[in-house]
Design a binder for this molecule. Structure first.
Ligand code: SF4
Length: 209
């Protein structure tokens, strides 16, 4: 692993874990297409070949009194599922009371062809899933999935549903105000509510945070 890689970074008194630069979307609004850093931390990794211990070592160096740790960076955390679980287990064991959140595009069950949610129970305290859009057409336009699937949005919705069913607090999020995209937020909220998830709108900010 390149020593200077920002696998772990601080933002707003929270710790973020940047496991990978791989993603199964190419969102038009993805901050990584606009800039290389978040608050000065360059999130492009020189080496994807990392271990859970690499992340844990960085975490130990950075962690002070932060009480929330979020798996979120320039890529989709569940693509490094085993590392994610191992690091979450370390946090649960060594930093009791710290909340762990996963920000995800919700593709994991489709990608792995199995329901991974049960593997996250007891490790992840909140899952935030990018719903992005109320229709398949707009989802594909905004998120530009990199794999072939007729119903990606349905897969994302199913991921949300399974997360709710596993009793993990679950958030469905939408980015609003990006360029002239007119997203029907009411329709998105209804989808979230019907699935039992909390709905969250994140206003688009030019600097991404
Ligand atoms: S899912 Fe997240 S990391 Fe992936 S392209 Fe979209 S915004 Fe970027």
């Amino acid at each position: 692993m390149a020593d200077e890689d920002n696998l772990v970074y601080l933002l707003d008194n929270k710790i973020y874990i940047n496991l990978t630069n791989q993603c199964t979307n190419k969102c038009t609004f993805c901050i990584r297409t606009l800039k290389d850093d978040v608050c000065g931390a360059n999130l492009w990794l020189k080496n994807e070949n990392i271990s859970a211990q690499d992340v844990i070592n960085k975490l130990k160096k950075l962690k002070k009194d932060e009480n929330e740790i979020i798996f979120c960076g320039y890529g989709e955390p569940t693509l490094k599922l085993e590392i994610l679980k191992e690091v979450a287990k370390f946090i649960k064991t060594h930093y009791q009371g710290v909340k762990i959140r996963l920000n995800t595009n919700g593709h994991a069950n489709f990608i792995y062809n199995r329901n991974i949610i049960p593997e996250l129970v007891g490790l992840i305290d909140e899952i935030s899933v990018s719903l992005n859009a109320p229709t398949e057409e707009l989802y594909k336009e905004l998120a530009q999935p990199t794999f072939v699937c007729d119903n990606v949005l349905e897969q994302v919705k199913d991921f949300l549903k399974k997360s709710v069913e596993a009793n993990i607090p679950t958030v469905a999020s939408v980015v609003s105000g990006y360029k002239d995209y007119d997203i029907d937020l009411k329709a998105c909220e209804k989808i979230a509510q019907d699935l039992g998830a909390t709905f969250k709108v994140r206003e688009w900010l030019n600097n991404g945070y």
